[in-house]
Design a protein around this ligand. Sequence first.
Ligand code: FAD
Length: 405
Amino acid sequence: MDHYDIAVIGAGPAGAAAAIQAARGGAKVVVFDKAPYGRDKVCGDGLTPRAVGALNDLGIDMAGSHHIDGLRMIANDTTRELLWPATSRFPAHGAVWPRRKLDAHLIDAALEAGAKVIFETEATPTLDGTRVTGVEAGGRKIGADLVIAATGAPGTVARMLGAERVVDEPFGLAIRTYAETPRHADKHLEACLTLTDEDGTPVPGYGWMFPAGDGTVNIGVGALSTMKGFKKLNLNKLLDSYRDLVQDDWELGPNLERPRAWRLPMSAQKRHGDGWVAIGDAAGLVNPMNGEGIDYGLESGMLASDLHLENPATAPQRYDQLVGERFDSFLRTGRRFSFLIGHPWILRTGLRMAVGTDAIAKITLQVMGNLVDSESPGASGKVLKAADSLLGLADPVLRKTRAVS
Ligand SMILES: Cc1cc2nc3c(=O)[nH]c(=O)nc-3n(C[C@H](O)[C@H](O)[C@H](O)COP(=O)(O)OP(=O)(O)OC[C@H]3O[C@@H](n4cnc5c(N)ncnc54)[C@H](O)[C@@H]3O)c2cc1C
């Protein structure tokens, strides 16, 4: 039986980052993806400054991406355009990089680093009791000291590992397509925070225009499961109505492909165990306040591999602890916040505040850029800590009064 130091299931950004880091560190790595090389992923293609920071850490050449200077937030008649802030932790720019190209670029870097990558092959973990000993793929068993589940939104692998989403916690759904626009080289991401469904109910979520610099813009909408009527929400119609709203400003051409929707996991029952860890979406690492997760996927992938290179015996447990310290309080606050904005009147009031003044808009910007976490200094870090405590107190009430779908 072949044996590897690390077997990665899933060749998205999270899995590729783990493979690059581990292979460069001298580990023997194999990566499986059930999709072919160059597969697309339903995504907004937006890279936060945090994601650019992670790609810089991985030494990825970003020449193929479209440089983004900031975010334009629109709430009803108010528009606020802000530059990404310069911080000591992250670069002051983001990017848009269509996933077909970004993911291929990253997995090429993993190959270059020496990882073996096997496409069009579904892999599942092999279990000895609760211990993961390797993977089964293409009818073969392969041993591995560490199996990294980088499988995206939960499916078979999450079920086998007990790493499915927490049923009681929120999740998101989002849909996107592409269209041609003369504004394709715009240097700002645009987010419209005041979406309403067919009945005029405010939707906790946003519509986005992410210009790709290649003649096209990625246009999409996303919504949180905490809204009343979520199960009935028709994402195609929501996208159509958002398209109508932005059509003239962006001089949009017809949709270049059929709009496609996908899930945004925002929790996981477990993210480690004996012989395995889950990273990226498979670990529920998506910001509930903006649906972004590429940056967290890259970071968690690198972290898992670093810890394995340091000490294989303690890596899964240390990984869980360090991911917890970096992300848990922020993501928990985000999930609680999403219960809060599931109430339409709170959402309306909150949105007015979110872009109402420059000072608050700057905090909204940091949240939308995934720039805030438990390590954040300054006003946004303080606001996050205060929100965590306040929403913690309010959490039982928020859950009890949650909007019923
Ligand atoms: C509509 C939409 C818009 C979004 N917009 C943004 C955005 O603009 N910016 C942002 O940062 N995030 C965005 N996100 C979230 C982002 O797409 C995810 O956070 C990101 O893709 C997570 O990367 P990942 O590597 O964890 O998983 P994925 O990218 O989902 O990759 C998982 C891989 O695992 C493979 N796989 C799964 N199971 C198996 C198996 N058993 N065997 C082999 N292979 C397997 C899949 O084929 C896939 O290639 C968006 C999400 C959606 C749905």
